[in-house]
Design a protein around this ligand. Structure first.
Ligand SMILES: Cc1cc2nc3c(=O)[nH]c(=O)nc-3n(C[C@H](O)[C@H](O)[C@H](O)COP(=O)(O)OP(=O)(O)OC[C@H]3O[C@@H](n4cnc5c(N)ncnc54)[C@H](O)[C@@H]3O)c2cc1C
Length: 470
Protein backbone atom coordinates (compact mmCIF):
# COMPACT_ATOMS: atom_id res chain seq x y z
CA UNK A 1 0.00 0.00 0.00
CA UNK A 2 1.31 3.48 -0.84
CA UNK A 3 1.94 6.44 1.41
CA UNK A 4 -0.71 9.09 0.83
CA UNK A 5 0.30 12.76 0.87
CA UNK A 6 -2.61 15.07 1.55
CA UNK A 7 -2.17 18.59 0.14
CA UNK A 8 -0.20 19.79 -2.89
CA UNK A 9 1.36 22.93 -1.40
CA UNK A 10 5.14 23.14 -1.04
CA UNK A 11 5.05 20.93 2.10
CA UNK A 12 3.10 18.15 0.35
CA UNK A 13 5.24 18.37 -2.80
CA UNK A 14 8.41 18.22 -0.71
CA UNK A 15 7.17 15.16 1.18
CA UNK A 16 6.30 13.45 -2.12
CA UNK A 17 9.70 14.44 -3.57
CA UNK A 18 11.68 13.01 -0.62
CA UNK A 19 9.54 9.86 -0.84
CA UNK A 20 9.34 9.63 -4.65
CA UNK A 21 10.99 6.22 -4.93
CA UNK A 22 8.15 4.71 -2.89
CA UNK A 23 5.56 6.07 -5.40
CA UNK A 24 3.28 8.02 -3.06
CA UNK A 25 -0.13 9.41 -4.07
CA UNK A 26 -0.69 13.17 -3.72
CA UNK A 27 -4.25 14.41 -3.14
CA UNK A 28 -4.95 18.10 -3.77
CA UNK A 29 -8.27 19.91 -3.40
CA UNK A 30 -7.70 22.40 -6.23
CA UNK A 31 -6.56 22.12 -9.83
CA UNK A 32 -3.15 23.70 -9.17
CA UNK A 33 -0.09 22.68 -7.16
CA UNK A 34 2.06 24.98 -5.02
CA UNK A 35 -0.50 26.22 -2.47
CA UNK A 36 0.25 29.81 -1.43
CA UNK A 37 3.32 30.00 -3.71
CA UNK A 38 1.83 31.74 -6.72
CA UNK A 39 3.60 33.94 -9.29
CA UNK A 40 1.47 35.96 -11.69
CA UNK A 41 3.28 36.96 -14.91
CA UNK A 42 1.64 40.11 -16.29
CA UNK A 43 1.22 40.80 -20.04
CA UNK A 44 4.06 43.38 -19.68
CA UNK A 45 6.40 40.62 -18.40
CA UNK A 46 6.43 41.99 -14.84
CA UNK A 47 6.22 39.33 -12.13
CA UNK A 48 3.70 39.83 -9.35
CA UNK A 49 4.15 37.46 -6.40
CA UNK A 50 0.76 36.84 -4.80
CA UNK A 51 2.23 34.90 -1.86
CA UNK A 52 5.81 34.43 -0.69
CA UNK A 53 8.58 36.14 -2.70
CA UNK A 54 11.93 35.35 -1.12
CA UNK A 55 13.64 32.57 0.81
CA UNK A 56 16.42 32.93 3.38
CA UNK A 57 19.48 30.74 2.90
CA UNK A 58 20.51 30.85 6.59
CA UNK A 59 20.58 27.99 9.08
CA UNK A 60 19.99 24.27 8.72
CA UNK A 61 16.52 24.59 7.11
CA UNK A 62 17.91 27.23 4.70
CA UNK A 63 20.73 24.90 3.62
CA UNK A 64 18.24 22.04 3.29
CA UNK A 65 16.11 24.06 0.81
CA UNK A 66 19.25 24.94 -1.19
CA UNK A 67 20.20 21.24 -1.28
CA UNK A 68 16.73 20.54 -2.67
CA UNK A 69 17.06 23.32 -5.28
CA UNK A 70 20.43 21.86 -6.33
CA UNK A 71 18.91 18.39 -6.56
CA UNK A 72 16.21 19.83 -8.84
CA UNK A 73 18.94 21.31 -11.12
CA UNK A 74 17.66 24.82 -10.47
CA UNK A 75 21.06 26.36 -9.50
CA UNK A 76 21.18 28.49 -12.66
CA UNK A 77 17.74 29.93 -11.87
CA UNK A 78 18.57 31.20 -8.39
CA UNK A 79 18.42 35.03 -8.08
CA UNK A 80 20.36 35.91 -4.92
CA UNK A 81 20.59 39.20 -3.04
CA UNK A 82 23.79 39.65 -1.08
CA UNK A 83 23.98 41.06 2.43
CA UNK A 84 25.41 44.40 1.26
CA UNK A 85 22.53 45.04 -1.20
CA UNK A 86 20.19 47.90 -0.13
CA UNK A 87 17.28 45.41 -0.01
CA UNK A 88 19.20 43.41 2.60
CA UNK A 89 20.49 46.37 4.61
CA UNK A 90 17.68 48.90 4.60
CA UNK A 91 14.46 48.06 6.39
CA UNK A 92 12.14 50.85 7.39
CA UNK A 93 9.16 51.44 9.59
CA UNK A 94 6.47 54.05 9.11
CA UNK A 95 5.70 55.67 12.45
CA UNK A 96 4.66 59.08 13.75
CA UNK A 97 4.01 60.30 10.20
CA UNK A 98 7.44 59.41 8.75
CA UNK A 99 9.57 56.58 7.38
CA UNK A 100 12.46 55.62 9.70
CA UNK A 101 15.45 53.49 8.73
CA UNK A 102 16.05 50.76 11.33
CA UNK A 103 19.65 50.66 12.65
CA UNK A 104 21.75 48.54 10.29
CA UNK A 105 25.21 48.89 11.83
CA UNK A 106 26.82 48.41 15.24
CA UNK A 107 27.25 52.17 15.69
CA UNK A 108 23.53 52.65 14.87
CA UNK A 109 22.64 50.58 17.93
CA UNK A 110 24.33 53.13 20.19
CA UNK A 111 22.52 56.17 18.75
CA UNK A 112 19.01 57.35 19.62
CA UNK A 113 17.05 57.00 16.41
CA UNK A 114 13.37 57.89 16.08
CA UNK A 115 10.83 56.46 16.73
CA UNK A 116 12.82 54.90 19.61
CA UNK A 117 13.34 57.10 22.66
CA UNK A 118 16.76 55.64 23.54
CA UNK A 119 19.53 53.70 21.75
CA UNK A 120 18.59 50.07 21.09
CA UNK A 121 21.82 48.99 22.83
CA UNK A 122 20.34 50.38 26.07
CA UNK A 123 17.85 47.49 26.12
CA UNK A 124 20.70 45.23 27.30
CA UNK A 125 20.76 47.32 30.49
CA UNK A 126 16.95 47.08 30.82
CA UNK A 127 17.28 43.28 30.47
CA UNK A 128 20.02 43.00 33.14
CA UNK A 129 17.80 44.89 35.61
CA UNK A 130 14.45 43.24 34.82
CA UNK A 131 13.13 40.53 37.17
CA UNK A 132 12.68 36.98 35.90
CA UNK A 133 9.07 35.85 35.42
CA UNK A 134 8.62 32.08 35.52
CA UNK A 135 6.11 30.94 32.87
CA UNK A 136 5.60 28.31 30.19
CA UNK A 137 4.71 30.88 27.53
CA UNK A 138 3.59 34.46 27.07
CA UNK A 139 2.90 36.86 24.22
CA UNK A 140 5.84 38.23 22.21
CA UNK A 141 4.76 41.76 23.14
CA UNK A 142 4.69 41.10 26.90
CA UNK A 143 7.98 39.22 26.84
CA UNK A 144 9.85 41.91 24.87
CA UNK A 145 8.25 44.74 26.87
CA UNK A 146 9.33 43.13 30.17
CA UNK A 147 12.89 42.39 29.04
CA UNK A 148 13.74 45.26 26.67
CA UNK A 149 11.12 47.99 27.14
CA UNK A 150 7.83 49.09 25.60
CA UNK A 151 9.45 51.06 22.76
CA UNK A 152 11.09 47.93 21.36
CA UNK A 153 7.87 45.92 21.70
CA UNK A 154 5.77 48.61 20.02
CA UNK A 155 8.05 49.85 17.24
CA UNK A 156 10.36 46.89 16.47
CA UNK A 157 8.67 43.60 17.41
CA UNK A 158 5.02 44.43 16.64
CA UNK A 159 5.74 45.52 13.04
CA UNK A 160 8.17 42.60 12.62
CA UNK A 161 5.39 40.13 13.47
CA UNK A 162 3.08 41.92 11.01
CA UNK A 163 5.76 41.26 8.37
CA UNK A 164 6.37 37.64 9.33
CA UNK A 165 2.91 36.31 10.09
CA UNK A 166 0.47 39.23 9.76
CA UNK A 167 -0.19 38.67 13.44
CA UNK A 168 -0.56 40.67 16.61
CA UNK A 169 2.51 40.58 18.89
CA UNK A 170 0.03 40.75 21.77
CA UNK A 171 -1.22 37.25 20.86
CA UNK A 172 1.69 35.48 19.12
CA UNK A 173 3.72 33.15 21.37
CA UNK A 174 7.10 34.51 22.47
CA UNK A 175 8.50 31.07 21.59
CA UNK A 176 7.74 31.54 17.87
CA UNK A 177 10.58 34.01 17.25
CA UNK A 178 12.31 34.28 20.60
CA UNK A 179 12.48 30.70 21.87
CA UNK A 180 16.19 30.87 22.74
CA UNK A 181 15.75 34.29 24.42
CA UNK A 182 12.68 33.07 26.31
CA UNK A 183 14.50 29.95 27.49
CA UNK A 184 17.59 31.99 28.44
CA UNK A 185 15.43 34.08 30.79
CA UNK A 186 13.72 31.03 32.29
CA UNK A 187 17.08 29.36 32.96
CA UNK A 188 19.40 32.23 33.80
CA UNK A 189 17.10 35.11 34.88
CA UNK A 190 18.25 37.45 32.10
CA UNK A 191 18.28 37.08 28.34
CA UNK A 192 21.74 38.57 27.73
CA UNK A 193 23.29 36.81 30.74
CA UNK A 194 21.77 33.49 29.57
CA UNK A 195 22.87 33.87 25.96
CA UNK A 196 26.38 34.82 27.07
CA UNK A 197 26.65 31.83 29.44
CA UNK A 198 25.32 29.46 26.80
CA UNK A 199 27.67 30.83 24.12
CA UNK A 200 30.64 30.30 26.43
CA UNK A 201 29.69 26.81 27.58
CA UNK A 202 27.64 25.33 24.75
CA UNK A 203 28.85 22.61 22.53
CA UNK A 204 27.58 22.99 19.01
CA UNK A 205 24.25 21.19 18.71
CA UNK A 206 24.23 18.38 16.17
CA UNK A 207 22.36 19.62 13.12
CA UNK A 208 19.56 17.37 11.97
CA UNK A 209 20.38 17.75 8.31
CA UNK A 210 22.46 16.55 5.44
CA UNK A 211 25.76 18.26 4.72
CA UNK A 212 25.36 21.60 2.91
CA UNK A 213 25.78 21.03 -0.80
CA UNK A 214 27.55 23.17 -3.41
CA UNK A 215 24.74 25.73 -3.60
CA UNK A 216 24.42 26.14 0.17
CA UNK A 217 28.21 26.58 0.40
CA UNK A 218 28.08 29.17 -2.40
CA UNK A 219 25.31 31.05 -0.56
CA UNK A 220 27.56 31.26 2.50
CA UNK A 221 30.68 32.30 0.59
CA UNK A 222 28.81 34.93 -1.43
CA UNK A 223 26.97 36.14 1.71
CA UNK A 224 23.43 35.81 0.35
CA UNK A 225 20.74 37.44 2.44
CA UNK A 226 17.68 36.22 0.53
CA UNK A 227 16.95 34.79 -2.94
CA UNK A 228 14.20 34.08 -5.42
CA UNK A 229 14.12 32.13 -8.68
CA UNK A 230 13.98 33.07 -12.35
CA UNK A 231 10.30 33.53 -13.30
CA UNK A 232 9.40 33.86 -9.62
CA UNK A 233 9.13 31.51 -6.66
CA UNK A 234 6.47 29.36 -8.35
CA UNK A 235 9.35 27.90 -10.42
CA UNK A 236 10.08 25.75 -7.35
CA UNK A 237 6.72 23.90 -7.02
CA UNK A 238 6.33 23.73 -10.82
CA UNK A 239 9.73 22.04 -11.19
CA UNK A 240 9.01 19.69 -8.30
CA UNK A 241 5.64 18.71 -9.79
CA UNK A 242 7.28 18.00 -13.15
CA UNK A 243 10.00 15.80 -11.57
CA UNK A 244 7.38 13.98 -9.51
CA UNK A 245 5.33 13.24 -12.63
CA UNK A 246 8.50 11.92 -14.32
CA UNK A 247 9.03 9.70 -11.25
CA UNK A 248 5.49 8.32 -11.76
CA UNK A 249 4.13 9.83 -8.57
CA UNK A 250 0.34 9.84 -8.89
CA UNK A 251 -1.61 13.10 -8.44
CA UNK A 252 -5.32 13.35 -7.68
CA UNK A 253 -6.18 17.00 -8.33
CA UNK A 254 -9.41 18.92 -7.91
CA UNK A 255 -10.71 16.34 -5.46
CA UNK A 256 -10.65 17.40 -1.79
CA UNK A 257 -10.47 14.81 0.93
CA UNK A 258 -13.66 14.91 3.01
CA UNK A 259 -13.01 12.23 5.62
CA UNK A 260 -10.12 10.21 7.06
CA UNK A 261 -10.53 6.86 8.83
CA UNK A 262 -7.71 4.87 10.39
CA UNK A 263 -8.00 1.07 10.47
CA UNK A 264 -5.75 -1.30 12.39
CA UNK A 265 -3.01 -1.30 9.72
CA UNK A 266 -4.07 1.27 7.12
CA UNK A 267 -5.76 4.59 6.51
CA UNK A 268 -8.71 5.30 4.19
CA UNK A 269 -9.34 8.73 2.68
CA UNK A 270 -12.74 9.55 1.18
CA UNK A 271 -12.64 12.16 -1.57
CA UNK A 272 -15.44 14.50 -2.63
CA UNK A 273 -15.83 12.67 -5.97
CA UNK A 274 -16.86 9.52 -4.08
CA UNK A 275 -13.51 7.79 -4.66
CA UNK A 276 -11.65 6.41 -1.70
CA UNK A 277 -7.88 5.90 -1.40
CA UNK A 278 -6.23 3.43 0.94
CA UNK A 279 -2.71 3.87 2.18
CA UNK A 280 -0.30 2.47 4.72
CA UNK A 281 0.75 5.86 6.05
CA UNK A 282 -0.67 9.37 5.77
CA UNK A 283 1.39 12.55 5.54
CA UNK A 284 -0.96 15.46 6.10
CA UNK A 285 0.36 18.68 4.53
CA UNK A 286 -2.89 20.55 5.13
CA UNK A 287 -3.32 23.51 7.46
CA UNK A 288 -4.34 22.13 10.88
CA UNK A 289 -7.72 23.87 10.59
CA UNK A 290 -8.43 22.07 7.27
CA UNK A 291 -7.35 18.69 8.66
CA UNK A 292 -9.49 19.01 11.80
CA UNK A 293 -12.96 18.45 10.22
CA UNK A 294 -11.72 15.35 8.35
CA UNK A 295 -11.03 13.61 11.67
CA UNK A 296 -14.08 14.73 13.68
CA UNK A 297 -15.99 11.46 13.43
CA UNK A 298 -13.25 9.03 14.43
CA UNK A 299 -10.92 11.22 16.51
CA UNK A 300 -12.93 14.14 17.98
CA UNK A 301 -10.27 14.96 20.59
CA UNK A 302 -7.51 15.27 17.97
CA UNK A 303 -9.84 17.20 15.70
CA UNK A 304 -10.61 19.67 18.52
CA UNK A 305 -6.93 20.21 19.28
CA UNK A 306 -6.16 20.84 15.58
CA UNK A 307 -9.09 23.22 15.18
CA UNK A 308 -7.77 25.49 17.92
CA UNK A 309 -5.34 27.04 15.46
CA UNK A 310 -6.55 30.19 13.70
CA UNK A 311 -5.20 31.52 10.43
CA UNK A 312 -5.02 35.17 9.38
CA UNK A 313 -6.52 36.46 6.14
CA UNK A 314 -4.29 38.82 4.15
CA UNK A 315 -5.05 41.14 1.23
CA UNK A 316 -2.09 41.26 -1.17
CA UNK A 317 -2.02 44.16 -3.62
CA UNK A 318 0.72 44.30 -6.30
CA UNK A 319 1.17 47.73 -7.84
CA UNK A 320 3.32 48.91 -10.77
CA UNK A 321 4.17 52.58 -11.43
CA UNK A 322 5.96 53.97 -14.50
CA UNK A 323 9.68 54.74 -13.98
CA UNK A 324 11.82 54.56 -10.87
CA UNK A 325 10.05 56.34 -8.00
CA UNK A 326 12.08 55.00 -5.09
CA UNK A 327 14.16 57.65 -3.37
CA UNK A 328 15.47 55.50 -0.50
CA UNK A 329 16.07 51.94 -1.74
CA UNK A 330 15.42 49.17 0.74
CA UNK A 331 13.41 45.98 1.27
CA UNK A 332 10.36 48.07 2.12
CA UNK A 333 8.62 49.32 5.23
CA UNK A 334 6.41 47.90 7.97
CA UNK A 335 3.73 49.77 9.88
CA UNK A 336 3.43 49.23 13.66
CA UNK A 337 -0.19 48.41 14.60
CA UNK A 338 -0.19 51.34 17.06
CA UNK A 339 -0.27 53.63 13.99
CA UNK A 340 -3.71 52.22 13.08
CA UNK A 341 -3.06 52.46 9.33
CA UNK A 342 -4.70 50.03 6.86
CA UNK A 343 -1.28 48.74 5.67
CA UNK A 344 0.71 46.02 7.45
CA UNK A 345 3.67 46.78 5.23
CA UNK A 346 4.90 47.45 1.71
CA UNK A 347 7.66 45.55 -0.10
CA UNK A 348 9.77 47.33 -2.72
CA UNK A 349 9.86 44.39 -5.17
CA UNK A 350 11.70 46.30 -7.90
CA UNK A 351 14.58 47.14 -5.51
CA UNK A 352 15.02 43.43 -4.80
CA UNK A 353 14.57 42.33 -8.42
CA UNK A 354 14.57 45.24 -10.90
CA UNK A 355 11.74 45.31 -13.40
CA UNK A 356 13.04 44.94 -17.03
CA UNK A 357 11.06 48.08 -17.98
CA UNK A 358 12.72 50.12 -15.22
CA UNK A 359 9.33 50.59 -13.54
CA UNK A 360 8.64 50.52 -9.80
CA UNK A 361 6.80 47.53 -8.34
CA UNK A 362 5.44 47.39 -4.79
CA UNK A 363 3.45 44.78 -2.88
CA UNK A 364 1.19 46.00 -0.10
CA UNK A 365 -0.02 43.55 2.55
CA UNK A 366 -3.14 44.42 4.54
CA UNK A 367 -5.44 42.89 7.13
CA UNK A 368 -3.95 39.86 8.83
CA UNK A 369 -4.98 39.74 12.51
CA UNK A 370 -6.99 42.94 11.91
CA UNK A 371 -8.69 41.83 8.62
CA UNK A 372 -11.96 41.39 10.50
CA UNK A 373 -13.79 43.64 11.12
CA UNK A 374 -11.56 46.26 9.38
CA UNK A 375 -12.09 44.88 5.85
CA UNK A 376 -15.01 42.47 6.27
CA UNK A 377 -17.14 42.48 3.09
CA UNK A 378 -14.66 44.62 1.09
CA UNK A 379 -13.93 43.49 -2.48
CA UNK A 380 -10.37 43.04 -3.83
CA UNK A 381 -10.95 46.18 -5.96
CA UNK A 382 -11.88 48.26 -2.91
CA UNK A 383 -8.81 46.97 -1.10
CA UNK A 384 -6.64 47.82 -4.13
CA UNK A 385 -7.75 51.48 -3.87
CA UNK A 386 -6.92 51.54 -0.15
CA UNK A 387 -3.45 50.08 -0.84
CA UNK A 388 -2.65 52.43 -3.74
CA UNK A 389 -3.73 55.48 -1.72
CA UNK A 390 -1.66 54.29 1.26
CA UNK A 391 1.48 53.85 -0.89
CA UNK A 392 0.98 57.21 -2.63
CA UNK A 393 0.50 59.06 0.69
CA UNK A 394 3.47 57.54 2.49
CA UNK A 395 5.91 57.76 -0.43
CA UNK A 396 4.62 61.05 -1.85
CA UNK A 397 3.77 59.52 -5.24
CA UNK A 398 1.41 61.62 -7.34
CA UNK A 399 1.00 59.44 -10.45
CA UNK A 400 -1.55 56.62 -10.86
CA UNK A 401 -0.33 53.03 -11.25
CA UNK A 402 -0.08 51.39 -14.70
CA UNK A 403 -0.97 47.93 -13.33
CA UNK A 404 -2.62 46.65 -10.13
CA UNK A 405 -3.56 43.16 -8.97
CA UNK A 406 -5.44 42.53 -5.75
CA UNK A 407 -6.27 39.23 -4.03
CA UNK A 408 -7.71 38.25 -0.68
CA UNK A 409 -5.86 35.22 0.68
CA UNK A 410 -8.38 33.64 3.01
CA UNK A 411 -6.90 32.06 6.18
CA UNK A 412 -3.42 31.96 4.67
CA UNK A 413 -1.05 32.34 7.64
CA UNK A 414 -1.31 30.15 10.76
CA UNK A 415 -1.13 32.11 13.99
CA UNK A 416 1.14 30.57 16.64
CA UNK A 417 -0.67 32.13 19.59
CA UNK A 418 0.35 31.75 23.25
CA UNK A 419 0.33 28.03 24.17
CA UNK A 420 0.96 26.89 20.55
CA UNK A 421 3.88 24.60 21.41
CA UNK A 422 2.04 23.05 24.37
CA UNK A 423 -0.93 22.34 22.03
CA UNK A 424 1.49 20.68 19.57
CA UNK A 425 2.74 18.40 22.35
CA UNK A 426 -0.86 17.41 23.06
CA UNK A 427 -1.41 16.60 19.36
CA UNK A 428 1.85 14.62 19.08
CA UNK A 429 1.04 12.67 22.26
CA UNK A 430 -2.41 11.77 20.94
CA UNK A 431 -1.01 10.51 17.61
CA UNK A 432 1.67 8.49 19.40
CA UNK A 433 -0.64 7.04 22.08
CA UNK A 434 -3.17 5.94 19.47
CA UNK A 435 -0.42 4.64 17.17
CA UNK A 436 -1.86 6.51 14.19
CA UNK A 437 0.23 6.22 11.00
CA UNK A 438 -0.11 10.00 10.66
CA UNK A 439 2.66 12.56 10.07
CA UNK A 440 1.86 16.26 10.30
CA UNK A 441 3.87 18.60 8.09
CA UNK A 442 3.44 22.14 6.76
CA UNK A 443 3.14 25.63 8.10
CA UNK A 444 0.71 24.92 10.95
CA UNK A 445 3.21 23.29 13.26
CA UNK A 446 6.90 24.13 13.73
CA UNK A 447 7.65 27.13 11.53
CA UNK A 448 5.72 29.08 8.92
CA UNK A 449 8.45 29.91 6.38
CA UNK A 450 9.13 27.93 3.20
CA UNK A 451 12.37 26.54 4.68
CA UNK A 452 10.50 25.33 7.78
CA UNK A 453 7.78 23.53 5.88
CA UNK A 454 10.24 21.84 3.50
CA UNK A 455 12.28 20.77 6.53
CA UNK A 456 9.16 19.42 8.25
CA UNK A 457 8.50 17.25 5.19
CA UNK A 458 12.09 15.99 5.17
CA UNK A 459 12.03 15.09 8.87
CA UNK A 460 8.71 13.23 8.47
CA UNK A 461 9.99 11.23 5.48
CA UNK A 462 13.28 10.44 7.28
CA UNK A 463 11.20 9.10 10.20
CA UNK A 464 8.98 6.99 7.91
CA UNK A 465 12.06 5.54 6.18
CA UNK A 466 13.72 4.78 9.55
CA UNK A 467 10.57 3.07 10.86
CA UNK A 468 10.11 0.95 7.75
CA UNK A 469 13.73 -0.23 7.87
CA UNK A 470 13.49 -1.20 11.61
C1 LIG B 1 1.12 36.37 1.67
C2 LIG B 1 2.17 35.41 2.13
C3 LIG B 1 3.51 35.78 2.06
C4 LIG B 1 4.51 34.89 2.48
N1 LIG B 1 5.83 35.24 2.34
C5 LIG B 1 6.79 34.33 2.60
C6 LIG B 1 8.14 34.58 2.23
O1 LIG B 1 8.46 35.62 1.63
N2 LIG B 1 9.07 33.64 2.54
C7 LIG B 1 8.75 32.46 3.16
O2 LIG B 1 9.65 31.64 3.43
N3 LIG B 1 7.47 32.16 3.46
C8 LIG B 1 6.49 33.06 3.20
N4 LIG B 1 5.17 32.75 3.42
C9 LIG B 1 4.85 31.44 4.02
C10 LIG B 1 4.83 30.31 2.97
O3 LIG B 1 4.23 30.75 1.81
C11 LIG B 1 4.09 29.12 3.54
O4 LIG B 1 4.72 28.65 4.70
C12 LIG B 1 4.01 27.92 2.63
O5 LIG B 1 3.67 28.27 1.31
C13 LIG B 1 3.01 26.93 3.23
O6 LIG B 1 3.01 25.77 2.47
P1 LIG B 1 2.14 24.50 2.90
O7 LIG B 1 2.37 23.48 1.86
O8 LIG B 1 2.41 24.17 4.32
O9 LIG B 1 0.63 25.00 2.89
P2 LIG B 1 -0.36 25.48 1.68
O10 LIG B 1 0.40 26.30 0.70
O11 LIG B 1 -1.49 26.08 2.42
O12 LIG B 1 -0.78 24.10 1.01
C14 LIG B 1 -1.83 23.30 1.51
C15 LIG B 1 -2.50 22.64 0.32
O13 LIG B 1 -3.50 21.75 0.81
C16 LIG B 1 -4.64 21.84 -0.05
N5 LIG B 1 -5.83 21.38 0.70
C17 LIG B 1 -6.52 22.03 1.68
N6 LIG B 1 -7.56 21.25 2.11
C18 LIG B 1 -7.52 20.11 1.40
C19 LIG B 1 -8.31 18.90 1.40
N7 LIG B 1 -9.35 18.74 2.22
N8 LIG B 1 -7.96 17.92 0.53
C20 LIG B 1 -6.89 18.04 -0.30
N9 LIG B 1 -6.11 19.16 -0.34
C21 LIG B 1 -6.41 20.17 0.50
C22 LIG B 1 -4.69 23.31 -0.41
O14 LIG B 1 -5.47 23.52 -1.58
C23 LIG B 1 -3.22 23.62 -0.60
O15 LIG B 1 -2.79 23.42 -1.93
C24 LIG B 1 4.15 33.61 3.01
C25 LIG B 1 2.79 33.24 3.08
C26 LIG B 1 1.82 34.11 2.63
C27 LIG B 1 0.39 33.68 2.67
Amino acid sequence: MPTVVLGGGIAGLSAAYYLREAAPIVIEATSRLGGWIHTNKRPSGTLFELGPRTIRPAGVPGANTLNLIEDLNLEQKVRPISRDHPAAKNRMIFAKGKLHLLPNSLSGLFQTKAPFSKPLAACAWTDFRAKRKISTDESSFDFIKRRFGEDVAEYAISPMLCGICAGSAKEISAKMLFRSLFEAEQKHGSVFKGLLKEALSAEKKAANADQPGKLATRAKTERWSIYSLENGLETLPLTMAQKLRESKVEFKLNDPCVQIKFNSDSVRLSLRSGTSIEGETLISALPASSLAPLLTEQHPQLSRALSEQNCATVAVVNVQFKGNLIKEPGFGFLVPPIEQKPLLGVIYDSVCFPCPSGDTVFTAMMGGHWFHPQFTGKSPQELASVAVRGIQDILGITQEPVDVNSVILQDCIPQYTVGHYERLDEIDNYVEKNRLPLYLVGSSYRGIGINDVIMSAKLAVDKIKRQSSD
